[in-house]
Write a protein that binds this ligand. Sequence first.
Ligand code: BES
Ligand code: MN
Ligand code: MN
Length: 457
Amino acid sequence: MENSVKNYLEEHKDRFLSELVELLKIPSISADSKYKDDVARAADFVHQKLLDAGVDHAEVCPTKGHPIVYGEKMVDPSAPTILVYGHYDVQPPDPLELWHSPPFEPVIKDEKIYARGACDDKGQVYMHLKAFEILNNTSGLPCNVKFMIEGEEEVGSENLETFVKENSEKLSNDVILISDTSIVSNEIPSITIGLRGISYMEVELTGPNRDLHSGVYGGAVANPVNALCELISSLKDEKGKITIPGFYDRVLEYSEQDRNDLNARPFDLQEYKDDLDIAEVQGEQGFSTIERVGIRPTLDVNGIWGGYAGEGAKTVLPSKASAKISMRLVPNQDSQEITDLFRKHIEAIAPPTMKVKVTEHHGGEPTVTPTTSAAYAAASAAFEEVWGKRPIPTMEGGSIPIVALFKEVLKSDTVLMGFGLDSDAIHSPNEHYGLFNYFIGIETIASFHQKLANSVS
Ligand code: BES
Ligand code: MN
Ligand code: MN
């Protein structure tokens, strides 16, 4: 890494951190309409910081939902153009009582910054603004850079889809760069090459027309909570396979060689279990934990409710029960097709005692990014330079549905250069991001710009 970059980073470290702290204080929870103004405030903040960092042009683009922040600096028409994508919205912080410090009052402890969004994705987005600032104020930007930072990633990016389709010219690029994933560990850098897709559903069962006394009617009238539990448990068999007919029809089966390569990555199962305080892992029979997350689809209940959940005991046979269920998808499954199969299956197996309502939330396609592109090579070289180690390619279980759309509409490939750790507790209480990761991420991103420019010129 060029000394000027390192020196600038050293000199401005404290400010780089305090600016991130300011962003983390804004509760930009996209899922909850109560926070609409805060989401807008986070967009304005990112907009202002892009201008401060030296972009030629920046704007806050309104959508039907939360705004998209766009910014760009074009330095040389013959240089490659990087489109940086990220999100400034965050997941709801619940359950609040499990946080050791309030989610929107960032605290730095043990070399980590604790706050909702610290890693996912404000901390990782902000690395890009700072890498840009450094290059712009030292050796000069070697590539053209466009930023597109959205506020609806955590709720399915629906309005971004429209924005991308309507602005494909403006967004044209040579590579999309995203930091919204994880590395294996701080000793083992990696580049994510696979993400799962998702199909997110909600099921509501209605039994009797009102809550009933569970003694007066219990045993004679079907209970929607019981029925929902039975229905859900029938969705997986004893081998951990999903029982929805047709679910596996398009699942790409990997070769022995690919599976061996995938499993060759360092992974300590005991450490994994210890981190989560679980005695055993589980999943689809015949597959390793890495495979279960990286290349196999799955189905999980994300939330379930119905009946009485307050203090003490209330004897009630509830009228309704509901669950939110997500299915994580892999190549070559199609989220709309899986959504339809799910709906059909639930309607078919719901007991005659219940009315059933199946609604869909968001969907998104899985992605595999190439390892043979100039951009991947540049990312790999950047890690090698800054970390002194060649990064390994990994397949991760999370989803960034817009990546598949980028390929379809903008025809460009994405490099997933994330710097989080699985243990950063994203979407959980006490989310955090390592200061080591934040600063080394800035350096690695700056190096990526330089490597990419060099590889093309
Ligand atoms: N950054 C995550 C996705 C992620 C996390 C990928 C860790 C790889 C490793 C992203 O913000 C996210 O949470 N996505 C949602 C997508 C959904 C809301 C459509 C997800 O995966 O649940
Ligand atoms: Mn994210
Ligand atoms: Mn997320």
